[in-house]
Design a protein around this ligand. Structure first.
Ligand SMILES: [Zn+2]
Length: 349
């Protein structure tokens, strides 16, 4: 879908090296303390900080190498959120709790402060925006819950707990579980904020700035005339800017070859070749039949920043365009079935 620029990959390499360096220095310091590299690694993997830095190191190494999977918004957003939590929890709760040797101090600074600062900055500057879904924060919030379960299971086995706020022996189960849920809730709220930020920074204006042809024949009828020509549902969508319920449109599941025309004026809007299954419940296209057959407008209603798609000929409302499509332009035209008429191609089936 979206690949990263050269500058983004170079910066990702810097982030990855910082994370790897922190992990390596910590490992060396722990090995010196315990005398066993294996035991030191096993002890380190108890900590959310270590596990999250490992996640950052792997994701950003893959991103630096140009792996498309590492550039997925869901993965980059979740990784950013997790390492941000490391920095915030450390700053609020854990700073200065431990007396550290020089090597451990350097590792501590890299793992808790430098990497947690670099990753969100990288996300702001380079991560592709506009691809996060409303449900992503719920999935991300499973991460701290899974970690709590893992750390408590290890603690039940050997009586050691990585952080004071999850020490069952000292706090009891009730307080520990409350702490775990509070952290997951904080993670959820931070995730919702990240999705909002992602929406606000999405490059939607470039789509809305696309030129529309002034020579298209306009079709301008009085509203009473539209009301007579269209069914109540077509009128509601096309003339009143309504949205049909998901999965109810007759053309949602249409896979035949042909052209999709405006149900009001017959203007050819989309071609079956660009239709794809988005799972959204509305007919979805990667682009219009011709750029000047649709008009794109900024739409800030319902507390969202979206781009509305209208028929360029009659001005009828069709749907919205989102920057998370599969095509080369990364756009998803989400169109009401009620706004479309389908015309099967004669040579097709
Ligand atoms: Zn039209």
């Amino acid at each position: 879908m979206s690949s990263l620029s050269g500058a983004a990959r170079l910066a990702a390499l810097l982030v990855a090296l910082t994370a790897w360096a922190g992990l390596a220095i910590q490992w060396q310091a722990s090995t010196a303390l315990t005398g066993s590299a294996g035991a030191a690694l096993w002890a380190m993997l108890r900590f959310f900080t270590i596990l999250t830095n490992v996640l950052v190191a792997i994701v950003f190494t893959a991103a630096a190498l140009g792996a498309k999977r590492a550039a997925r918004p869901f993965l980059l957003g979740g990784t950013t959120l997790a390492i941000l939590l490391v920095g915030i929890v450390y700053f609020l709760l854990l700073r200065g709790l431990l007396e550290l040797s020089a090597g451990a101090l350097l590792a501590d600074t890299l793992l808790h402060m430098v990497t947690p600062a670099l990753v969100p900055l990288w996300w702001l500057a380079f991560a592709p925006k506009g691809g996060l879904r409303p449900r992503d924060p719920l999935l991300w919030a499973l991460l701290p819950l899974a970690y709590f379960a893992y750390a408590l299971a290890r603690g039940a086995a050997d009586g050691r707990y990585p952080y004071p706020f999850m020490n069952v022996a000292a706090l009891g189960w009730g307080q520990t579980l409350v702490n775990g849920l509070a952290i997951a809730a904080g993670f959820l709220v931070a995730g919702l904020l990240l999705v909002r930020l992602d929406r606000a920074l999405a490059p939607l204006t470039s789509a809305a700035d696309a030129p529309t042809s002034p020579d298209m024949d306009k079709m301008d009828l009085p509203e009473a005339e539209w009301k007579e020509r269209l069914t109540p549902e077509q009128y509601h969508v096309l003339r009143e800017g309504g949205t049909e319920r998901a999965f109810t449109g007759v053309l949602y599941d249409n896979h035949d070859d042909g052209a999709y025309r405006c149900a009001a004026c017959g203007n050819e809007l989309f071609d079956s070749g660009t239709k794809f299954d988005s799972g959204s419940g509305w007919p979805s296209f990667t682009g219009p039949a011709a750029k000047d057959h649709v008009t794109l407008l900024e739409d800030n209603s319902h507390g969202m920043r979206r781009v509305e798609v209208r028929c360029a000929k009659c001005g009828g409302h069709l749907g919205h365009v989102f920057p998370d499509g599969p095509g080369p332009e990364g756009l998803r035209y989400c169109i009401n079935s009620a706004a479309l008429d389908f015309e099967a191609r004669e040579d097709g089936k």
